[in-house]
Design a protein around this ligand. Sequence first.
Ligand code: C2O
Ligand code: CU
Length: 465
Amino acid sequence: MNLTRREMLGTSAAFGFGVLAPARLRASVADPVLLTAKPSSVQLVPEGYPKTNIWGYDGKMPGTLIRVRQGERITRRFVNELPQASSVHWHGMRIENAMDGVAGLTQQAVAPGETFDYDFVARDAGTYWYHAHTKSMEQVARGLYGPLIVEESEPVDVDRDEILILDDWLLNPETVQLDPDFASQRDRSHAGRRGNYIATNGSPETELPVKRHERLRLRLINAANARIFQLVLSGLEGWIMAFDGMPLDVPQTVEDVFLLAPGQRVDLFVDVTAAEGEVAHLIKIEDEEGYSQAAFPVDGEHPTGKRRDMPVALPPNPDMAVPGIEQARRIELHMEGGAMGRLQSAEFEGGQMSSRQLAEANQFWSFNGIVGMTETPLASVTSGETVRVEIRNDTAFPHAMHLHGMHFREVLDGGELGPLRDTFLLFGDEVREIAFVAGGAGKWIFHCHMLGHTASGMATWIEVT
Ligand code: C2O
Ligand code: CU
């Protein structure tokens, strides 16, 4: 899949720790809320076919919904009942570095049978998700992810709020079990591991009955390893309200195809315009064909009738300005490698290697001539400092770059700033620039969210002091 941006768009309450527990019980540890990663099996394909073996949080896929109000605390005791070490990352959350869940960088991987206590405050409202961040290429593909929703402190004016997690699965069509080859050289050196079976919320046929004129908030999350979803609405009038959890200043009418890259989220408000008896759809476009990603059969009419009002913007999250981009510190990130790329050699684990030697080590991608994580960061910056990163995609593939712990804005022509994002899609041969204010102190990984790319070179980190 070697599409350009133009081709792609051209188609048209957590419980607190024993607050009420009597003092005499405090000596024995109050019951923590558990989040247990374990093998399980789910009906991923239609009834009548076998179940698919997955790894899921609390044995579910998607994992248990975590839903809190802005400002609340999230505490989970992660319990690892997997046959591999693991850790949990809270994608898009501005939290302390020690809670970020990146094995080998912010914590040690949690060994099978062990636990780790995560504890942080949900400072920003929005749509987030959590997922494994140890061997993510394999663990996320096996189903280790779930939705994390932080509600605005005031209720939002919609009739309903629905979460839609989009994913694709690479299944053996005979057995409906996951393809166990997580080291595929082809996947890693091309567009990543793409599935042959598409699902929403772990089901091939997601149906949400609606009423005509109802206004829904749809929280879309792309949990796929590598698939970029091209989406369009039918029988729904919609507005993009937020990208990656962060509200737009002005809601954007959905007129055409919009993209959702791995790791990204979009919050839509949609009004049901399809008539009684019809079915509205969220449609996925692939090879110029449309497929229903989620269906909304219309049954009855909403009592308020058609809304006349455009939605008002969601309230902004605190301290999101990116000031002083003129004087900002500048960093360059040069991406190379992959099939049809020009990478000759790069540094890997301290030594210079030819692309052939790299391929033997199943490594294919480099940032600034370096493959994978290193002892020294891409840059060391001070908390509160504005930083610009120019990203040059010198490869033939799109990449979805994700920065942990802070949101950024694209620096557009003329110095204008784009919307806040935590995951940013760059197509082959594009050069684009982002800017952000360095957040909390710590080691923040900056990587491609095509997880096969992360596993084969596309990861670096930024140190904030
Ligand atoms: Cu959603 Cu580093 O990950
Ligand atoms: Cu990539």
